[in-house]
Design a protein around this ligand. Structure first.
Ligand SMILES: [Zn+2]
Length: 545
């Protein structure tokens, strides 16, 4: 039994209301309101002076991939490398820092720093000659490896190109170290996943937790649960005595199979998980279905073709999807459907409409992920059906729009990521980051949400600035609404008496200093269920992924 009075802050409670004092008792918010009443609150054991600092509800990442994030954090980040020498220096120092690591893995490399030179294995051999080096490109479609990695992958001059992939070779037919599409996405990724161990997976999960807490995220919804994820989360829960470093909810990914009955058979396991994992620290809410791909690779399901004439279908047709959605809805599972293309969201909503007609009135909280392009009719239909729009401001960063725009190439780019259309239609809008496809820190995400400018390069022109949201609204979508999307609204997401004491204190106030402060502000305290996270690490609230 202990009570702490957090006194004299600028406390944004989550909707449009402000307070000065917050009293936490046994991990729960016992009082939020004025300084005078906070001071008069009985039974306070400890007072923490906030000195006017900004306090926000703990951020809830409505869409993430925890182990993927943790794994990417351990890789050498090459996104802002300036030239080849810089890339080589970073790899060499990572190798020197981990002399026992069997291999060096890097991510997010771009062609621009090479100034027209084709990447080769020899460039990487110069930096790390003795161990395999695997580098994944920024768009995750190309691998760049050294000679030792080619050997480890078993690729030699006689290895044929697999379907859908290319092993780049020089004039003599010798592999150069550049691996395209399925060689990178299949062979290389499968190999790297295959060498993960229980220990390395647990280390990745705890790295994700640590970075999230330091960045001010107190709860996260994992949108890609499979067996290794659930096992790691349960190990972490046991190691923490029934508690995790942040609150976690998850959706189990349903794979499209060759028959409707085997699609449906996967639901039994999710129902079992939902019954078993339903605590305040870890719970499984439902399923995730990938209805289509992405615009950057021209794999999204669009109503009209891409600018190159390609026009792929969805991963799940309406005929295949509907029985699964009806059954999951009948079982009370929460359904999250990845739908980026305007045809994919049409299919997802039609399947949900059939489920509602078939199963009748019942509590349900279904959601559609991404919604990067969507027709105005479907914005209205989504709102009418009570479906949550789950979107990621960080995906609208102007610095990463070039391919997206080129691939659509017409007026469709004028309605990309239309967040206010959803709220104007009356829909609930939940914000997240989809880390590690984008940087995980919430404050740069709020910068993009409230300005439509780039957190990576704020000098770039904003991306359709009429879609920017007031900062209070952006934060509400990343706290209260994100919590609602995870069925957490009676536990977290706003600073309300009776809810868990999940909040963050910042060293700068973007409401008074302006949105640029979101790019430099740091989280000085992150409190989860009344417990303060250990030393908040420097730089974590910044834009580095
Ligand atoms: Zn995702």
């Amino acid at each position: 039994m202990s009570s702490v009075h957090y006194r004299g802050g600028r406390i944004f409670t989550g909707s449009d209301s402000w307070a000065e004092s917050l009293v936490v008792r046994d991990g729960v918010i016992a009082y939020v309101g004025s300084l005078a009443e906070g001071d008069a609150f009985a039974g306070v054991d400890e007072v923490v002076e906030l000195d006017g600092a900004l306090v926000l509800p703990g951020f809830v990442d409505a869409h993430t991939h925890l182990i993927g994030l943790g794994t990417s954090l351990r890789q050498v980040d090459l996104r802002d490398a300036v030239d080849l020498a810089d890339i080589q220096r970073r790899l060499a120092s990572a190798a020197a820092a981990s002399p026992d690591a069997p291999r060096i893995v890097g991510r997010s490399w771009l062609y621009a720093p090479l100034r027209g030179e084709a990447p080769t294995r020899q460039m990487l051999d110069e930096a790390v000659p003795d161990r395999p080096v695997y580098l994944i490109s920024n768009d995750v479609h190309t691998g760049w490896v050294n000679t030792a990695a080619l050997r480890e992958l078993g690729i030699d001059d006689d290895t044929p190109d697999p379907i859908g992939g290319t092993i780049t070779r020089d004039a003599d037919g010798v592999a150069t170290g550049l691996l395209h599409e399925t060689v990178a996405l299949g062979q290389m990724r499968d190999f790297l996943e295959g060498v993960e161990t229980v220990e390395s997976i647990d280390a990745a999960l705890s790295a994700a937790f640590e970075h999230y807490r330091a960045a001010g995220v107190t709860a996260a919804i994992d949108m890609g649960l499979g067996a290794p994820d659930v096992a790691a989360l349960e190990r972490a829960l046991a190691a923490g005595g029934g508690r995790l470093p942040i609150r976690v909810a998850g959706h189990w990914v349903i794979d499209r199979t060759s028959s409707s009955s085997s699609d449906l058979a996967q639901l039994a396991h999710v129902i079992e998980l939902r019954e078993r994992l339903r605590g305040p620290w870890l719970k499984v809410n439902g399923i995730k279905i990938m209805v289509d791909g992405v615009i950057d690779s021209c794999t999204a399901a669009m109503k009209k073709p891409f600018s190159d004439g390609s026009h792929p279908g969805p991963i799940w047709s309406l005929e295949a999807l509907t029985p699964l959605v009806v059954a999951a809805d009948a079982a009370g599972l929460q359904i999250a459907m990845h739908a980026i293309g305007d045809e994919a969201s049409d299919i997802a909503l039609s399947a949900l409409e059939t489920a509602i007609e078939t199963n009748g009135a019942r509590p349900r909280r279904h959601r559609i992920e991404h919604l990067e392009t969507v027709t105005e009719e479907n914005v209205a239909r989504l709102a009418r059906l009570g479906v949550i729009a789950s979107m990621q401001p960080v995906h609208a960063d102007p610095a990463i729009q070039d391919t997206w725009r080129e691939n659509l190439g017409d007026e469709r780019i004028d309605r990309g990521f239309p967040w206010p259309e959803f709220t104007n239609a009356g829909a609930r809008l939940a914000f997240g980051t989809d880390a590690p496809t984008a940087p995980h820190p919430p404050l740069p995400n709020m910068f993009i949400a409230s300005t439509r400018k780039s957190a990576l390069d704020p000098t770039l022109p904003p991306n359709i600035p009429t879609y920017a949201l007031p900062l209070t609204e952006a934060i509400a979508h990343a706290t209260a609404d994100a919590a609602y999307s995870g069925q957490w609204e009676t536990l977290t997401g706003s600073l309300t008496e009776g809810l868990g004491a999940d909040f963050v204190v910042l060293d700068q106030d973007p409401f008074t200093l302006g949105p640029d402060a979101l790019l430099t502000a740091r989280v000085t305290r992150a409190v989860i269920a009344g417990e303060e996270a250990a030393a908040t690490r420097a730089n974590e609230s910044k834009g580095a992924s």
